[in-house]
Design a protein around this ligand. Structure first.
Ligand SMILES: [Zn+2]
Length: 454
């Protein structure tokens, strides 16, 4: 059987460097790669053909920040600031185990896939003693669903008794963290082209991690050739914490620890000065912009347009589902555009600019822009096909505007490495009803365990 697939009759936004678009074109895929992206009708030939009239083809979306386990703790601390929200949720997260992690990861990744996301990262930093390998559990979930996955081995080692925010029961000691981080790289990191799994290292935040762990994690990551990730400059409370504890602002703190660079991407970066934005650009430090989460926690609006103009890669993230109960990446496209305009006026960010954040810029954040993030011959066949001829979008002549400005919707077809993960707007690699039932059961079980301890 031929492994050739032709998607034809659709509009195409390639998101290549020239911004090439076709009103009517076709894509040819062989195996896990795109071999042609061309205007007009497809010639006759072997293989499966998909009639994509009424649709827009874009690169599969790239999610640059998440905490999948939080799918099991949604809807809590609804009116809280970041620090209030964390203080309420840490004791709940202390009871996460492999069953919770598995159900939450499958639910979160299913929601991402249905919203057009072909590559997701995850930042997992809660490792209660005595439960299984939670990184392995989420990698299994991603493998089962067929989503490309960049899990970050996160960590916290600064508990409340040492001046940190998290309670002591959810932090680990530095040696165990470094050993587990290296073990995750040994077991799961695939540096080869086309990789489905790559590991990054990700101490959690300035207020939950010691300087020593930050420094040693950066050394380990660079010795092993993996990327670095953490949260930064999310709220003004964090800025006050850094000033009081370290005597500097968050960006200076990170720079002093060797944490700015083109192998680093940072979540949020809401509160940056003009000088700090320039440092991000000069060092090519990436940013994961999480507009819904920032709005949910009332944190502020990140200066994404200024960061992008300075030359920093800026991708999008849904952030953990405890601070963005949606978890759909397609929604963040629209939020990014709207928030940029609330901050900078109607010309601040175009629909195409927003699409670039969700695709090629996200791929830059993860160091994968050589093979992900645009529809070009030779790149991996991670493709999202959006049906735009329904009542929500019909009549909008510009398909990119329909996708970004119109009502967010499920992707019609999602290919990851040429494999169909979503078809007919339904998940094909998992039973969504079963995933939802498992999530509800595990969320309830988690809260019952917390109440039993209270
Ligand atoms: Zn986060």
């Amino acid at each position: 059987m031929s492994d050739r697939l032709v998607i034809e009759g659709c509009a195409i936004a390639t998101v290549d460097a020239a911004g090439t678009e076709y009103a009517d074109g076709h894509l040819v895929i062989e195996g896990d790669r795109i071999v042609a992206v061309v205007e007009g009708a497809a010639p006759d030939g072997d293989g499966q053909r998909i009639d994509a009239r009424g649709c827009l083809a874009t690169p599969g979306l790239v999610n640059c920040h998440h905490h999948l386990y939080q799918w099991a703790t949604r809807g809590l601390a609804q009116q809280a600031t970041l620090f209030e929200w964390l203080v309420e949720l840490y004791p709940v997260w202390a009871h996460v185990d492999d069953e919770v992690q598995s159900a939450a990861a499958r639910a979160g990744l299913a929601a991402l896939a249905r919203s057009g996301c072909s590559t997701s990262t995850d930042h997992h930093y809660v490792f209660p003693a005595g439960v299984g390998d939670l990184i392995e559990v989420e990698i299994e979930a991603a493998r089962a669903l067929g989503v490309r996955f960049h899990p970050c081995r996160g960590s916290m080692d600064l508990g409340r008794s040492d001046g940190g925010l998290p309670p002591d029961e959810v932090v680990e000691d530095r040696d165990s963290i470094l050993a587990a981080s290296e073990a995750a790289i040994d077991r799961f990191h695939d540096p080869a082209p086309g990789a489905m799994v790559r590991i990054a290292l990700a101490p959690c935040s300035p207020f939950s991690v010691t300087q020593g762990l930050m420094t040693e994690t950066a050394q380990l990551a660079r010795r092993r050739g993996v990327r670095l990730h953490t949260h930064l400059a999310e709220t003004l409370e964090e800025e006050v914490f850094c000033q009081e504890r370290f005597g500097v602002r968050p960006v200076q703190y990170l720079e002093d620890l060797g944490w700015l660079g083109d192998d680093v991407w940072l979540a949020h970066c809401v509160h940056l000065s003009g000088e700090e934005i320039a440092r991000f650009g000069a060092t090519r430090t990436g940013v994961a912009h999480c507009p819904s989460s920032n709005a949910r926690l009332g944190a502020g609006i990140a200066p994404v347009v200024d960061l992008a103009q300075a030359g920093a890669p800026v991708g999008l993230g849904v952030d953990g589902a405890a601070s963005n109960e949606s978890g759909a990446l397609a929604v963040e496209l629209r939020e990014a555009l709207l928030f940029a305009r609330l901050a900078g006026g109607p010309a601040a960010l175009t629909a195409r600019g927003a699409l670039a954040l969700a695709t090629i810029e996200g791929a830059r954040c993860l160091g994968r822009d050589d093979e992900l993030g645009s529809l070009e011959a030779g790149k991996l066949a991670d493709v999202a096909l959006w049906r735009l001829d329904g009542v929500d979008h019909a009549g909008i002549e510009d398909p990119v505007a329909a996708l970004v400005l119109g009502a967010p919707r499920s992707v019609d077809l999602l290919l990851v490495g040429g494999h169909g993960v979503v078809q007919g707007a339904e998940l094909r690699t998992g039973d969504e009803a079963q995933i939802a039932a498992d999530l509800a059961r595990q969320s309830r079980r988690l809260l019952e365990r917390v109440q039993a301890r209270a």
